[in-house]
Write a protein that binds this ligand. Sequence first.
Ligand SMILES: NC(=O)c1ccc[n+]([C@@H]2O[C@H](COP(=O)([O-])OP(=O)(O)OC[C@H]3O[C@@H](n4cnc5c(N)ncnc54)[C@H](O)[C@@H]3O)[C@@H](O)[C@H]2O)c1
Length: 284
Amino acid sequence: MNYQPFIGKTAIVTGSANGIGFAIAKHLLHEGANVIVNDIDPEAAEAATEKINKSCEYCDAKAYAYAGDAGDPAFIKEMVGYAASIKDSKLDMIVANAGLTEFGDFFEFSPESFQKVVDLNLRGSFFLAQTAAKVMKEQGGGGNIVLIGSNVGARAYKNLAAYGMSKAGISMLAKQLVLPLGPLDISINCVAPGATLTERTQQEEPDYAGIWAQLNPNGRVGKPEDIAHTVGFMLSPQSRHITGQTLLVDGGWTAYGPSPFTAERLRNELPNGAEAPKVSVLKK
Ligand SMILES: NC(=O)c1ccc[n+]([C@@H]2O[C@H](COP(=O)([O-])OP(=O)(O)OC[C@H]3O[C@@H](n4cnc5c(N)ncnc54)[C@H](O)[C@@H]3O)[C@@H](O)[C@H]2O)c1
């Protein structure tokens, strides 16, 4: 059995029926936590919870499905109340993972799409942190909150203006909240994934892993487990003095900008004899 730092603690992971959230929920259960598996899709939440529990039959802790919209403050209140009611377990860990990636040309982007991004990414993260911190305060203080940001909150990316803005806002929220939460011994940080291979990203681009292995300086695409292990550390006693930070988990992607080296690398990938395009990528 692994070292289990989270025995006697409960975690909420929003949007955890698939992708990064699923890997985080599974990891936290294996490390000893009771985990609330939240998702907007009730069937997916149940199926994921069953799968997570089956993966750890030796665990004393359990995963519990709790379906609903992680962007809705009224639902968040119910979910936090449910998590706090789990017997012999303290609500100690929150992962605001559910997030909407809405691609769209800046000039065409609609108010409806903008609102959807803001409702989940910003309103959901803000009110989950607020509601859970109130409960942690009532419990006598102590707790850990991780907000999931993005590499696109740190670098411009085509057709992701609203999303990038929301993720940069999430990083700032982690900074702001050190003031109200620090005195309560609640840590608040943002873990910002880079391109990560999930069911969704694989569907968007069949060669997602191959493309990102070329673009990332470390030559690989991110896996959900890379993010889950980082989140586990940020929630653990080992990171108790880290708060208000954003940690990018992106294979080095945000650490560099396009350079002659990038152009040369892309040119080398062209089939034999093919001419490199003369038009700037920015003009496409
Ligand atoms: N995958 C990546 O490459 C990547 C990169 C950077 C940041 N991120 C961020 O990581 C987080 C997880 O990304 P992912 O790609 O694993 O997610 P995803 O898009 O695959 O969604 C995961 C789950 O969230 C659920 N969900 C959607 N709306 C919800 C809502 N309103 N309430 C509750 N659940 C909801 C979905 O049903 C799904 O099961 C997001 O915040 C995303 O912005 C992802």
